[in-house]
Write a protein that binds this ligand. Structure first.
Ligand code: AMP
Ligand code: MN
Ligand code: MN
Length: 318
């Protein structure tokens, strides 16, 4: 069990540390990155030594995030130390790759918004109603009276936009919108962020063209899925948006994207209207939110598909 902190105590824990290492989850998205980078930029201005680590490839389409050039990758043989270790946007300690063994600090803080949080950290700030950790970051800055410059605000706005689908998904609350407004007042241009987020590489579109023919349906059309087998997997090509294709189809409740990242290892992304996909992901040691969740199944793509579809069959909402 974690010690649950409020925003003031979270701010105090950050302020009392002279050196801080933050880390983002694997398959990093702009919520984990933008939240970490915005906080990093502020804490560095306070004279602290702050580093951000990610044990994964960072998509080059995220290069527009201010401070992204400072992101580091951990080496397996090294040990990294600081006064405080902060894990961002991760519901479990195995979501951060080798960062969970190579980073050592006397205090561990987790800032998260996943309903499936496993309380792995000594200190936890969790708000499962927040659309993104970016929204929590703005709460933290407002509560602690910390000044946000444009670069920090751009990071937090991108973080929020990513997780709430540019203020379209069901996790968008009146508060999410008000938080967006605060960030616009700090100089963020929403068109610039959405243009950056919406930009695809040629390689992503070419990959999509190969994956779209795999579109299949199950359970009388309530489930739709697409598959990317290992033979055509390329870790440098972003497929983050692919799950939206099976999801946005008339009559479909659950949309799934299967991606075989290594032979015998399949990443699963799920989105839904009604069914609790976080509960399905948890059955495979994954997690997420009720309408957006993921897991990794240690099986080839066909076997993974069978296993996940069987559990979905049990748990499909009426
Ligand atoms: P994704 O489908 O990868 O975009 O993930 C959807 C949501 O589920 C995000 O909030 C992820 O952080 C979360 N998620 C994905 N995979 C996992 C996992 N293996 N364990 C815990 N949470 C996950
Ligand atoms: Mn995330
Ligand atoms: Mn998030």
């Amino acid at each position: 069990m974690s010690n649950k902190l409020d925003l003031k105590a979270t701010g105090a824990l950050l302020m009392e540390a002279d050196s801080i290492i933050m880390c983002c989850h694997v398959s990093p998205d702009c919520d984990t990155l933008g939240s970490a980078l915005g906080l990093m930029l502020y804490l560095q201005k306070q004279g602290k030594k702050v580093e951000v680590y990610v044990d994964d490839v960072v998509n080059s389409s995220f290069n527009f995030l201010p401070g992204i050039e400072q992101v580091k990758h951990p080496e397996p043989e090294q040990i990294y130390t600081a006064d405080l270790f902060v894990v961002i946007d991760s519901s479990s300690f195995d979501r951060i790759g080798i960062c969970n063994t190579v980073i050592k600090a006397p205090k561990l803080l987790n800032i998260d918004h996943h309903i499936s949080n496993t309380e792995f950290a000594e200190y936890l700030y969790l708000d499962a109603k927040a659309a993104a950790v970016g929204e929590i970051m703005v709460d933290l800055f407002v509560e602690c009276g910390w000044e946000m410059d444009k670069a920090i605000a751009e990071n937090f706005y991108t973080a929020i936009s990513t997780d709430c689908g540019s203020f379209r998904y069901s996790n968008t609350t009146p508060k999410t919108m008000r938080t967006g407004a605060i960030l616009l007042e700090k100089g963020v241009n929403p068109n610039e962020i959405s243009e950056n987020l919406g930009l695809n590489t040629k390689e992503t579109l070419e990959k999509l063209a190969k994956v779209l023919p795999s579109l299949s349906f199950a359970y009388e059309g309530k489930v739709a899925y697409m598959s990317l087998p290992n033979e055509i997997y390329d870790k440098n090509v972003s497929t983050e948006t692919f799950v939206s294709y099976p999801r946005y189809i008339e009559g479909v409740d659950v949309g799934i994207f299967f991606k075989e990242v290594e032979p015998g290892k399949t990443r699963v992304s799920m989105r839904s209207y009604k069914t609790d996909v976080a509960a399905i992901a948890v059955r495979f040691d994954g997690g997420g939110h009720i309408r957006a969740a993921g897991c990794t199944v240690m099986a080839g793509i066909e076997e993974a598909r069978e296993q996940v579809l069987a559990v979905i069959g049990e748990m499909l909402a009426d």
